[in-house]
Ligand binder design. Structure first.
Ligand code: NI
Ligand code: MN
Length: 225
């Protein structure tokens, strides 16, 4: 799996020639102004919830790429009414495409569109392919439900929010990495807005002190797992 960070909570994940785009919020993020929206590839768009900082660029990208939106029923219906393709899932459910499995898992947060439309219940995803699994927590608090994930899946890496205020902060994300039994963490949902600014070096050291690794990618940077 090749993972590219597009800022905030937006990631591109390339698996076996298929491109999965998570929570596109690029045109509204001044820190991602060097990312060209028109060059982002997507066969599937995975949406954790309906908040604007996760869905702002869905329509532009989905119209251009004809990508299939994978999210909860309410979000898929919302975009279906705009003639965008989608595949609905709900908590606990797994969708499989070309041997890649995408499971929608629990998150503790809220979910509504900018126009007030109900955005279903928020979630995260576990994406697995050929023995590798990536947990994308979405916006969430620390929750005991995270302990369910390693009961069925050995994770390779986890994308966890660490910016606090709207989601977990660093301390809870460290506990979350214990709950999901995965010490390789990629941070997201930090530094985009003043309420979620963090001290990056301090955050990395806090993980290091627990023998865990926190990867903070530059916007536009990629890693392979
Ligand atoms: Ni949110
Ligand atoms: Mn958010």
């Amino acid at each position: 799996m090749n993972i590219t960070f597009y800022g905030h909570a937006c990631f591109g994940i390339e698996i076996a020639g298929k491109n999965f785009l998570v929570d596109p919020f690029i045109s509204g993020n001044p820190k991602a102004s060097h990312i060209n929206l028109n060059e982002i590839q997507a066969d599937f768009i995975l949406l954790t919830h309906a908040h604007q900082d996760h869905v702002l660029d869905v329509e532009a990208i989905a119209e251009r790429t004809r990508a299939t939106i994978i999210s909860n029923y309410e979000i898929v219906m919302y975009y279906g009414a705009k003639n965008l393709k989608g595949h609905p899932v709900n908590h606990g459910g797994t969708y499989t495409v070309d041997d890649i499995t995408i499971k929608y898992v629990n998150a503790i947060h809220t979910s509504s569109f900018a126009d007030g439309t109900y955005g279903g219940e928020p979630g995260g995803f576990v994406v697995s392919y050929k023995g590798k699994s990536l947990y994308i927590a979405g916006d969430t608090a620390l929750t005991m439900d995270m302990k369910l994930i390693p009961m069925s899946t050995k994770l390779t890496a986890s994308i966890l929010p660490i910016g606090d205020n709207f989601t977990m902060g660093v301390e809870d994300a460290i506990i979350a990495s214990d709950f999901v039994e995965c010490d390789q963490v990629i941070g997201c949902h930090f530094d985009t807005f003043p309420p979620i600014e963090i001290d990056q070096e301090e955050a990395k050291n806090k993980f290091l002190n627990k023998n865990k690794h926190l990867e903070l990618l530059e916007i536009g940077e990629s890693i392979s797992i």
